[in-house]
Design a protein around this ligand. Structure first.
Ligand code: HEM
Length: 289
Protein backbone atom coordinates (compact mmCIF):
# COMPACT_ATOMS: atom_id res chain seq x y z
CA UNK A 1 0.00 0.00 0.00
CA UNK A 2 1.38 3.41 -0.98
CA UNK A 3 2.54 5.64 1.87
CA UNK A 4 3.10 8.55 -0.48
CA UNK A 5 0.18 10.92 0.16
CA UNK A 6 -0.74 14.37 -1.02
CA UNK A 7 -3.69 16.59 -0.12
CA UNK A 8 -5.07 18.89 -2.80
CA UNK A 9 -5.80 22.23 -1.23
CA UNK A 10 -7.43 24.43 -3.86
CA UNK A 11 -10.94 23.99 -5.16
CA UNK A 12 -9.70 24.12 -8.77
CA UNK A 13 -7.24 21.27 -8.18
CA UNK A 14 -9.92 19.23 -6.36
CA UNK A 15 -12.39 19.70 -9.20
CA UNK A 16 -9.71 18.82 -11.78
CA UNK A 17 -8.85 15.66 -9.82
CA UNK A 18 -12.48 14.54 -9.65
CA UNK A 19 -12.91 15.07 -13.38
CA UNK A 20 -9.56 13.72 -14.61
CA UNK A 21 -9.44 10.34 -16.35
CA UNK A 22 -5.74 10.11 -15.32
CA UNK A 23 -6.82 9.49 -11.71
CA UNK A 24 -8.19 6.11 -10.67
CA UNK A 25 -10.75 5.58 -7.89
CA UNK A 26 -9.26 2.19 -7.15
CA UNK A 27 -7.12 1.92 -4.00
CA UNK A 28 -5.28 -1.04 -5.49
CA UNK A 29 -7.54 -3.85 -4.33
CA UNK A 30 -9.56 -5.85 -6.86
CA UNK A 31 -13.07 -5.18 -5.58
CA UNK A 32 -16.37 -4.97 -7.45
CA UNK A 33 -17.15 -1.84 -5.43
CA UNK A 34 -18.82 0.92 -7.49
CA UNK A 35 -16.89 3.60 -5.61
CA UNK A 36 -13.57 1.96 -6.53
CA UNK A 37 -14.28 1.25 -10.22
CA UNK A 38 -13.19 3.19 -13.31
CA UNK A 39 -14.08 3.42 -17.00
CA UNK A 40 -16.78 1.44 -18.82
CA UNK A 41 -17.29 -1.12 -16.02
CA UNK A 42 -18.02 1.75 -13.63
CA UNK A 43 -20.42 3.39 -16.12
CA UNK A 44 -22.35 0.13 -16.61
CA UNK A 45 -22.72 -0.62 -12.89
CA UNK A 46 -23.56 2.99 -12.11
CA UNK A 47 -26.55 2.77 -14.49
CA UNK A 48 -27.86 -0.20 -12.50
CA UNK A 49 -27.48 1.74 -9.25
CA UNK A 50 -29.14 4.83 -10.71
CA UNK A 51 -32.13 2.66 -11.56
CA UNK A 52 -32.42 1.61 -7.91
CA UNK A 53 -32.06 5.17 -6.62
CA UNK A 54 -34.85 6.23 -9.00
CA UNK A 55 -37.24 4.24 -6.76
CA UNK A 56 -36.97 7.12 -4.32
CA UNK A 57 -37.39 9.89 -6.92
CA UNK A 58 -39.58 11.69 -6.22
CA UNK A 59 -39.84 10.55 -2.59
CA UNK A 60 -42.91 8.26 -2.45
CA UNK A 61 -45.82 9.67 -0.37
CA UNK A 62 -45.67 6.81 2.15
CA UNK A 63 -41.97 7.56 2.81
CA UNK A 64 -42.71 11.24 3.30
CA UNK A 65 -45.46 10.24 5.75
CA UNK A 66 -43.05 7.90 7.52
CA UNK A 67 -40.43 10.67 7.88
CA UNK A 68 -43.07 13.07 9.19
CA UNK A 69 -44.21 10.37 11.62
CA UNK A 70 -40.65 9.93 12.94
CA UNK A 71 -40.27 13.68 13.55
CA UNK A 72 -43.85 14.00 14.84
CA UNK A 73 -43.15 11.35 17.48
CA UNK A 74 -40.25 13.30 19.06
CA UNK A 75 -41.24 14.36 22.58
CA UNK A 76 -39.81 16.38 25.44
CA UNK A 77 -36.46 14.61 25.18
CA UNK A 78 -34.84 12.96 22.18
CA UNK A 79 -31.50 12.14 20.59
CA UNK A 80 -31.08 13.71 17.15
CA UNK A 81 -29.07 10.70 15.98
CA UNK A 82 -30.94 7.69 17.42
CA UNK A 83 -34.48 9.10 17.26
CA UNK A 84 -34.36 11.33 14.16
CA UNK A 85 -31.44 11.03 11.70
CA UNK A 86 -30.97 7.26 11.97
CA UNK A 87 -34.60 6.16 11.43
CA UNK A 88 -35.14 8.73 8.64
CA UNK A 89 -32.01 7.59 6.77
CA UNK A 90 -33.00 3.94 7.32
CA UNK A 91 -36.49 4.52 5.87
CA UNK A 92 -35.07 6.07 2.69
CA UNK A 93 -32.34 3.42 2.34
CA UNK A 94 -35.01 0.69 2.53
CA UNK A 95 -36.90 2.24 -0.40
CA UNK A 96 -33.74 2.43 -2.53
CA UNK A 97 -32.85 -1.21 -1.77
CA UNK A 98 -36.45 -2.34 -2.18
CA UNK A 99 -36.49 -4.37 1.08
CA UNK A 100 -37.40 -3.78 4.73
CA UNK A 101 -34.29 -3.30 6.87
CA UNK A 102 -34.49 -4.86 10.36
CA UNK A 103 -32.52 -3.13 13.18
CA UNK A 104 -29.61 -5.63 13.04
CA UNK A 105 -29.17 -4.81 9.34
CA UNK A 106 -29.00 -1.09 10.13
CA UNK A 107 -26.34 -1.88 12.76
CA UNK A 108 -24.30 -3.69 10.09
CA UNK A 109 -24.70 -0.82 7.60
CA UNK A 110 -23.27 1.53 10.24
CA UNK A 111 -20.35 -0.83 10.84
CA UNK A 112 -19.22 -0.92 7.19
CA UNK A 113 -18.18 2.74 7.27
CA UNK A 114 -14.65 1.44 7.31
CA UNK A 115 -14.88 0.18 3.72
CA UNK A 116 -12.80 3.25 2.93
CA UNK A 117 -10.03 1.69 4.96
CA UNK A 118 -9.14 -0.25 1.79
CA UNK A 119 -7.18 2.93 1.00
CA UNK A 120 -4.98 2.25 4.03
CA UNK A 121 -4.71 -1.53 3.89
CA UNK A 122 -7.12 -2.20 6.74
CA UNK A 123 -10.44 -4.00 6.93
CA UNK A 124 -11.22 -6.12 9.95
CA UNK A 125 -14.59 -5.92 11.69
CA UNK A 126 -16.15 -3.98 8.82
CA UNK A 127 -15.54 -6.95 6.53
CA UNK A 128 -17.63 -9.23 8.75
CA UNK A 129 -20.53 -6.78 8.76
CA UNK A 130 -20.23 -6.37 4.97
CA UNK A 131 -20.36 -10.14 4.53
CA UNK A 132 -23.49 -10.45 6.69
CA UNK A 133 -25.10 -7.64 4.67
CA UNK A 134 -24.16 -9.24 1.35
CA UNK A 135 -25.86 -12.44 2.51
CA UNK A 136 -28.95 -10.58 3.71
CA UNK A 137 -29.36 -8.71 0.40
CA UNK A 138 -28.66 -11.86 -1.66
CA UNK A 139 -31.39 -13.77 0.22
CA UNK A 140 -33.77 -10.83 -0.23
CA UNK A 141 -33.16 -11.04 -3.99
CA UNK A 142 -31.86 -7.49 -4.46
CA UNK A 143 -30.55 -7.06 -8.05
CA UNK A 144 -31.92 -10.33 -9.49
CA UNK A 145 -32.14 -9.38 -13.16
CA UNK A 146 -29.48 -6.69 -13.54
CA UNK A 147 -26.53 -6.84 -15.98
CA UNK A 148 -23.88 -7.49 -13.33
CA UNK A 149 -21.17 -10.03 -12.48
CA UNK A 150 -21.66 -12.42 -9.55
CA UNK A 151 -19.31 -10.38 -7.38
CA UNK A 152 -21.03 -7.11 -8.28
CA UNK A 153 -24.37 -8.72 -7.40
CA UNK A 154 -23.06 -9.37 -3.88
CA UNK A 155 -21.13 -6.16 -3.28
CA UNK A 156 -23.34 -3.50 -4.93
CA UNK A 157 -26.30 -3.60 -2.51
CA UNK A 158 -23.86 -3.24 0.41
CA UNK A 159 -22.11 -0.26 -1.18
CA UNK A 160 -25.42 1.38 -2.07
CA UNK A 161 -26.91 0.81 1.39
CA UNK A 162 -23.86 2.32 3.02
CA UNK A 163 -23.68 5.29 0.64
CA UNK A 164 -27.39 6.04 1.07
CA UNK A 165 -27.41 5.64 4.84
CA UNK A 166 -24.15 6.99 6.25
CA UNK A 167 -23.99 10.43 4.69
CA UNK A 168 -27.73 11.01 5.07
CA UNK A 169 -27.67 10.10 8.76
CA UNK A 170 -24.75 12.43 9.40
CA UNK A 171 -26.21 15.26 7.36
CA UNK A 172 -29.63 15.01 9.04
CA UNK A 173 -28.12 14.93 12.53
CA UNK A 174 -25.79 17.90 11.93
CA UNK A 175 -28.47 19.92 10.15
CA UNK A 176 -30.95 19.05 12.94
CA UNK A 177 -28.46 20.23 15.56
CA UNK A 178 -28.07 23.52 13.73
CA UNK A 179 -31.83 23.95 13.53
CA UNK A 180 -32.27 23.38 17.27
CA UNK A 181 -29.47 25.83 18.11
CA UNK A 182 -30.27 28.56 15.57
CA UNK A 183 -34.04 28.11 14.98
CA UNK A 184 -33.58 29.37 11.44
CA UNK A 185 -34.80 26.92 8.77
CA UNK A 186 -32.51 26.79 5.73
CA UNK A 187 -32.85 24.89 2.49
CA UNK A 188 -31.05 21.57 2.33
CA UNK A 189 -28.77 22.44 -0.59
CA UNK A 190 -27.11 25.40 1.11
CA UNK A 191 -26.84 23.37 4.32
CA UNK A 192 -25.04 20.55 2.46
CA UNK A 193 -22.43 23.05 1.23
CA UNK A 194 -21.73 24.20 4.76
CA UNK A 195 -22.00 20.94 6.69
CA UNK A 196 -20.14 18.64 4.21
CA UNK A 197 -20.80 15.15 5.68
CA UNK A 198 -18.05 13.52 3.54
CA UNK A 199 -14.86 15.59 3.91
CA UNK A 200 -12.54 13.77 1.51
CA UNK A 201 -12.39 11.27 -1.31
CA UNK A 202 -9.24 9.51 -2.47
CA UNK A 203 -7.79 8.97 -5.94
CA UNK A 204 -4.64 7.45 -7.43
CA UNK A 205 -2.95 8.91 -10.52
CA UNK A 206 -2.11 6.29 -13.14
CA UNK A 207 0.44 8.70 -14.67
CA UNK A 208 2.24 11.89 -13.59
CA UNK A 209 -0.16 14.77 -14.12
CA UNK A 210 -0.71 18.40 -13.13
CA UNK A 211 -4.08 19.39 -11.63
CA UNK A 212 -4.72 23.14 -11.81
CA UNK A 213 -1.04 23.82 -11.06
CA UNK A 214 -0.65 21.04 -8.49
CA UNK A 215 1.64 18.23 -9.73
CA UNK A 216 0.81 14.68 -8.63
CA UNK A 217 2.88 11.58 -9.32
CA UNK A 218 1.71 8.21 -10.60
CA UNK A 219 0.88 5.86 -7.72
CA UNK A 220 0.51 8.54 -5.03
CA UNK A 221 -2.61 8.57 -2.85
CA UNK A 222 -4.34 11.88 -3.50
CA UNK A 223 -6.80 13.21 -0.92
CA UNK A 224 -9.41 15.47 -2.55
CA UNK A 225 -11.14 17.91 -0.20
CA UNK A 226 -14.88 18.41 -0.62
CA UNK A 227 -15.37 21.17 1.95
CA UNK A 228 -15.11 24.02 -0.53
CA UNK A 229 -18.47 23.69 -2.24
CA UNK A 230 -18.20 20.09 -3.49
CA UNK A 231 -20.33 18.17 -0.93
CA UNK A 232 -21.54 15.66 -3.52
CA UNK A 233 -18.23 15.38 -5.39
CA UNK A 234 -17.97 15.90 -9.17
CA UNK A 235 -17.07 13.97 -12.30
CA UNK A 236 -17.91 10.31 -13.05
CA UNK A 237 -18.49 9.36 -9.38
CA UNK A 238 -20.53 12.44 -8.46
CA UNK A 239 -23.19 11.41 -5.94
CA UNK A 240 -26.13 9.87 -7.80
CA UNK A 241 -28.22 10.16 -4.62
CA UNK A 242 -27.87 13.94 -4.16
CA UNK A 243 -31.47 14.63 -5.22
CA UNK A 244 -32.80 11.98 -2.84
CA UNK A 245 -30.57 13.26 0.00
CA UNK A 246 -31.81 16.83 -0.41
CA UNK A 247 -35.49 15.83 -0.75
CA UNK A 248 -35.23 13.63 2.33
CA UNK A 249 -33.56 16.41 4.32
CA UNK A 250 -36.14 19.01 3.28
CA UNK A 251 -39.03 16.82 4.47
CA UNK A 252 -37.28 15.76 7.68
CA UNK A 253 -36.01 19.21 8.70
CA UNK A 254 -39.35 20.92 8.04
CA UNK A 255 -41.05 18.26 10.17
CA UNK A 256 -38.44 18.74 12.92
CA UNK A 257 -38.97 22.52 12.84
CA UNK A 258 -42.70 21.96 13.45
CA UNK A 259 -42.20 19.89 16.62
CA UNK A 260 -39.55 22.09 18.23
CA UNK A 261 -40.81 24.15 21.15
CA UNK A 262 -39.09 27.28 22.50
CA UNK A 263 -37.84 25.37 25.58
CA UNK A 264 -36.10 22.62 23.58
CA UNK A 265 -32.35 22.93 24.15
CA UNK A 266 -29.34 20.87 23.11
CA UNK A 267 -27.99 19.24 26.29
CA UNK A 268 -25.22 16.85 25.24
CA UNK A 269 -23.33 16.61 21.97
CA UNK A 270 -20.79 14.00 20.96
CA UNK A 271 -19.11 14.20 17.55
CA UNK A 272 -17.83 11.14 15.76
CA UNK A 273 -14.11 10.97 15.11
CA UNK A 274 -13.95 9.37 11.65
CA UNK A 275 -11.43 11.27 9.47
CA UNK A 276 -13.67 11.20 6.40
CA UNK A 277 -17.27 11.03 7.59
CA UNK A 278 -18.28 14.09 9.59
CA UNK A 279 -21.13 13.27 11.93
CA UNK A 280 -22.52 12.96 15.44
CA UNK A 281 -22.57 10.03 17.84
CA UNK A 282 -25.41 11.66 19.74
CA UNK A 283 -27.04 15.00 20.45
CA UNK A 284 -29.60 15.01 23.24
CA UNK A 285 -32.33 17.65 23.03
CA UNK A 286 -34.48 18.25 26.11
CA UNK A 287 -37.31 20.56 27.06
CA UNK A 288 -36.50 22.75 30.06
CA UNK A 289 -35.01 26.04 31.12
C1 HEM B 1 -26.07 14.44 2.31
C2 HEM B 1 -26.00 13.20 1.89
C3 HEM B 1 -24.96 12.69 0.93
C4 HEM B 1 -23.71 13.17 0.67
C5 HEM B 1 -23.01 14.38 1.27
C6 HEM B 1 -23.12 12.30 -0.34
C7 HEM B 1 -21.85 12.46 -0.89
C8 HEM B 1 -21.29 11.66 -1.84
C9 HEM B 1 -20.00 11.86 -2.46
C10 HEM B 1 -19.04 12.99 -2.13
C11 HEM B 1 -19.78 10.86 -3.36
C12 HEM B 1 -18.60 10.72 -4.31
C13 HEM B 1 -17.57 9.71 -3.87
C14 HEM B 1 -16.34 9.71 -4.77
O1 HEM B 1 -16.20 10.56 -5.65
O2 HEM B 1 -15.47 8.84 -4.56
C15 HEM B 1 -20.96 10.01 -3.30
C16 HEM B 1 -21.11 8.86 -4.03
C17 HEM B 1 -22.23 8.07 -3.99
N1 HEM B 1 -23.41 8.34 -3.32
FE1 HEM B 1 -23.76 9.89 -2.11
N2 HEM B 1 -24.02 11.32 -0.65
C18 HEM B 1 -25.16 11.51 0.07
C19 HEM B 1 -26.32 10.76 0.03
C20 HEM B 1 -26.54 9.71 -0.81
C21 HEM B 1 -27.80 9.01 -0.96
C22 HEM B 1 -29.08 9.36 -0.21
C23 HEM B 1 -27.59 8.00 -1.86
C24 HEM B 1 -28.55 6.99 -2.40
C25 HEM B 1 -29.86 7.13 -2.42
C26 HEM B 1 -26.20 8.08 -2.28
C27 HEM B 1 -25.59 7.20 -3.16
C28 HEM B 1 -24.29 7.31 -3.58
C29 HEM B 1 -23.64 6.32 -4.44
C30 HEM B 1 -24.24 5.03 -4.97
C31 HEM B 1 -22.35 6.80 -4.69
C32 HEM B 1 -21.25 6.13 -5.54
C33 HEM B 1 -21.27 6.70 -6.94
C34 HEM B 1 -20.14 6.22 -7.80
O3 HEM B 1 -19.12 5.73 -7.28
O4 HEM B 1 -20.28 6.33 -9.04
N3 HEM B 1 -25.61 9.14 -1.64
N4 HEM B 1 -21.87 10.52 -2.38
Amino acid sequence: MAHDHTVLSTRAACLAALRSSALSSNPGSAQANLLFMDGPAHTRLREVVRGMIARAEPLPPDVRARIEGIAGGLGDEFDLVADFARPVAAAVTAVVLGVDLPPRVIDDIEAVTANLDAWFGRGGAADTAALRLAMFFARAGVLPEADVTEEERLVTPVVLAHAAFENSRNFLALAGLRLVVERRPEDARSLANEIVPARLVYRRPTEDVELAGHPVRAGQTVAVRLDDGLPFGAGPHTCPGAGVALAEADVALSALARVLRPGHRVREVEYSTHPVFHGLERAVVRLGN
